[in-house]
Design a protein around this ligand. Structure first.
Ligand SMILES: NC(=O)c1ccc[n+]([C@@H]2O[C@H](COP(=O)([O-])OP(=O)(O)OC[C@H]3O[C@@H](n4cnc5c(N)ncnc54)[C@H](O)[C@@H]3O)[C@@H](O)[C@H]2O)c1
Length: 360
């Protein structure tokens, strides 16, 4: 089928999104005399051949390959890339192309932005989460010590090229993970998107191209209005205050879960809190819970785990002056941010998550 990808020139970033985006993307990056491609062990195997087939103009690019996985989003790996760039005599006029999921675009953007005081980079995301979220918005960085994204900077790529062609080889759990973020856009800002998805199991969905274009545009819209996360961008954190606590909790207990599983659980808790504090209708909360339960199993947590979950929440970046601040829903498709929430309501939401299993 011949489709035209969505193009947006949102200076300083050019976006090309949708089926066949890769085939017409050279014009976005043609001015560079030299290219360096950053891949990881999985994207080298599954995505690099596809990339080369659709963008043969970059066949001569040098390739740097890193190890995959969140545990590798660290300083050692950043050092490795800086060393490789130095060994290859890469100069400031080169373009670094980050071909991979969120881990790779986060570390790749960070390294590019700091190498020789910054070289240009482009993101070509290859996971659903990367396509609808991580590759867009200029947050780059690495994990440091015990903390995720502890070191990094806001810096935009020159281009983001999003082509669903890469998703054919994506593992099941990473589809599910990206789906949580897609649902989130529906809930915080795009009721129509929510309506496209409501009632569906993500396995049944056959219109991913349309969903990806829509969700990516939602994110672009937010970050164009609030690049530095001073206001409306905070709405993207819906589900993430409790969600990050779940994510860290399972990581600490050597039972890592995906980001999406954590956020899905966080959205159930925060939908509950929204009903209590920001007037989300009960029927809407139930719709959210039903949809998440259709697509995600409940995480196994018990009363004994609650103190640790609270501790982890207090360490979250969204805590100010000791008070927990949440992005919550006013209604389906409308979020509000910086809402202070008492620990009693957070506790109730965890109880709700653990015990309201009537419909499971
Ligand atoms: N910068 C941001 O705004 C932002 C937003 C959300 C998430 N993130 C970050 O994104 C990261 C998570 O990203 P992710 O979920 O994409 O995980 P990921 O980058 O670890 O990718 C998941 C796995 O899939 C493999 N893979 C990637 N594309 C593939 C393909 N097409 N076929 C087969 N395998 C493929 C990867 O090698 C990896 O093993 C986290 O570090 C998170 O902090 C950043």
């Amino acid at each position: 089928m011949n489709t035209t990808p969505f193009f947006l020139d949102a200076k300083p970033v050019s976006y090309l999104i949708g089926e066949q985006a890769l085939d017409s993307s050279y014009r976005l990056v043609e001015k560079y005399p030299r290219y360096v491609l950053l891949v990881d062990d999985n994207t080298r195997e599954h995505c690099l051949p596809v990339f080369r087939e659709h963008l043969p103009e970059l066949l001569s690019a040098d390739v740097i390959c890193i190890e995959s996985g969140e545990q590798k989003k660290n300083l050692d790996q950043a050092l490795f890339i800086w060393n490789e760039l130095t060994r290859l005599n890469v100069d400031r006029d080169a373009l670094m192309v980050n071909l991979g999921g969120g881990v790779l675009t986060d570390i790749g953007g960070f390294v590019a932005a700091t190498y020789k005081r910054g070289i240009d980079f482009a993101n070509v995301p290859t996971t659903l989460l990367g396509m609808v979220d991580a590759s867009i918005g200029g947050k780059t960085g690495i994990d440091f010590g015990k903390f995720k994204n502890q070191v990094g900077l806001f810096v935009d790529p020159v281009a983001v090229i999003i082509d669903p062609v890469f998703l054919k080889t994506l593992e099941e759990k990473h589809w599910q993970s990206g789906f949580a973020e897609v649902l989130k856009y529906g809930l915080i800002m795009d009721r129509e998107l929510w309506q496209w998805l409501y009632g569906k199991d993500y396995h049944e969905i056959d219109f991913w191209d349309k969903i990806i274009v829509r969700a990516a545009r939602d994110k672009i819209d937010i970050v164009r209005h609030d690049f530095e996360e001073k206001g409306v961008r905070k709405n993207l954190n819906f589900g993430h205050t409790v969600g990050h606590a779940f994510e860290s909790f399972f990581l600490k207990n050597n039972r890592p879960i995906t980001h999406g599983q954590a956020i899905a659980a966080g959205m159930i808790c925060e939908a509950y809190i929204s009903e209590k504090l920001t007037d989300l209708e009960c029927s809407h909360k139930e719709e959210i819970v039903e949809m998440i339960d259709k697509n995600f199993s409940r995480l196994s947590v018990t009363e004994e785990d609650v103190p640790m979950l609270f501790d982890l929440m207090r360490q979250d970046k969204k805590v100010r002056e000791g008070k927990l601040r949440f992005s919550l829903l006013k209604r389906l498709g409308k979020a509000v941010h910086d809402k202070e929430v008492g620990t009693d309501v957070v506790l109730e939401s965890l109880e709700f998550y653990m015990h309201d299993r009537s419909r499971l």
